[in-house]
Design a binder for this molecule. Sequence first.
Ligand SMILES: Cc1cc2nc3c(=O)[nH]c(=O)nc-3n(C[C@H](O)[C@H](O)[C@H](O)COP(=O)(O)OP(=O)(O)OC[C@H]3O[C@@H](n4cnc5c(N)ncnc54)[C@H](O)[C@@H]3O)c2cc1C
Length: 379
Amino acid sequence: MDADVAVIGVGTMGSMVMWQLAKRGASVIGFEQFGIGHDRSAAGGESRLFRTAGYAPLKNTNSLFVPILLESYNLWRELEKETGEDLLTINGGLMIGNPNEDFVGNILTAINEFQLDHKIFEGESAKRRFPQHRLLDGEVMVLDKLAGYIRPELSVVTASRRAEELGAVIHRNTCVEEIEQENERVRIKANGKNYYVSKVVISAGPWTGKFLPNVKKSVITPKKIGMTWYPSKNISLFKPDRFPGFMRISNGINFFGVPTLEGSMVKVALNTLYGDIEDPDHVDKNIRMDELETINSAVKSFLPDLIPEPIRVSVHMDGYTDDNDSMVGEVPGMKNVFVISGFSGGGFKMAPAMGKIGADLIIDGKTNHNIEHLSPARF
Ligand SMILES: Cc1cc2nc3c(=O)[nH]c(=O)nc-3n(C[C@H](O)[C@H](O)[C@H](O)COP(=O)(O)OP(=O)(O)OC[C@H]3O[C@@H](n4cnc5c(N)ncnc54)[C@H](O)[C@@H]3O)c2cc1C
């Protein structure tokens, strides 16, 4: 045997599973087709929003989602403590929209159910406290106080390095070509060489579909996500101490923003997608000018201190499931093969908790979190 566990894909989830497994004494090897912390998949683009007042993608599962986010918060802090790195900044998070519509309504339900620390701003108080945003009639801002932003590339690098310090081995620039069960062990072929382990975690993000012959092809579809950054007439208004990250649905436009991190531009981007990707090995990294019209017009209407012409655009992707919730658990028909993938545009904030859940499943065969609704068997 080469190790107890192999992790296929050392990106967002893979790096966290490796950290958690190594911390609990498992011998673990990871395979990453590119370098660690690369930006060619789901973890690039400088920042990710973190929040605890989340609404779950699947209906009626908020009560299962918030505990995962709260556990993640503690684990982000634990990883920072173990490594001395600064990964998650808590400066609040604004959810903006009409409280009678699902988006803000569901967040208020989660806040009330879990008694989450928050404040609601509307009318003049909203204008005074967050003058960067222009509200429509009837809209409110809900400030989630345990929210902020994460540095994604550094997080993947940090969790991976910590796993290595604890004894894990990572094969970089090594592409896994196939996985095959052989009685009680699993054979992995990577860059032409065979490795043998007892258990496998597939955390290959948008590439996961290729390792799941027993589930429908459409079950994890790679989709294109575009990020856009805008300059400002007054950049000091958009620094983290004055401008929390936000999510907003107004006039049917679903978009979000993050404070300026490097001091010259502000990321404001659409939450909607730029289309399906046929083959994640060949992604069109361009966004057409006409595809930018929606986000440019949202910036113009709702953030008047930004100049509505992006000065930086980048393209990334994520694996989306049919119901937009993740796939976490043993793969049907593949004993000892687990999948943690399909985070459908929203997984970064919960990555450390998913790493812990993965380690629970591998080492204990169960987890305290209720994740039945995330079972791959639902497909
Ligand atoms: C632009 C953008 C903005 C986002 N914003 C937010 C946000 O604000 N908040 C939030 O919570 N979430 C956000 N998300 C979602 C979140 O980033 C993703 O859900 C999460 O990163 C997915 O992690 P993953 O491990 O599934 O995929 P990845 O991080 O892509 O990891 C998969 C890894 O597997 C590797 N791999 C694949 N196939 C193989 C193979 N055969 N052999 C070896 N290695 C392989 C890949 O190279 C990659 O490194 C955003 C996503 C994007 C793209």
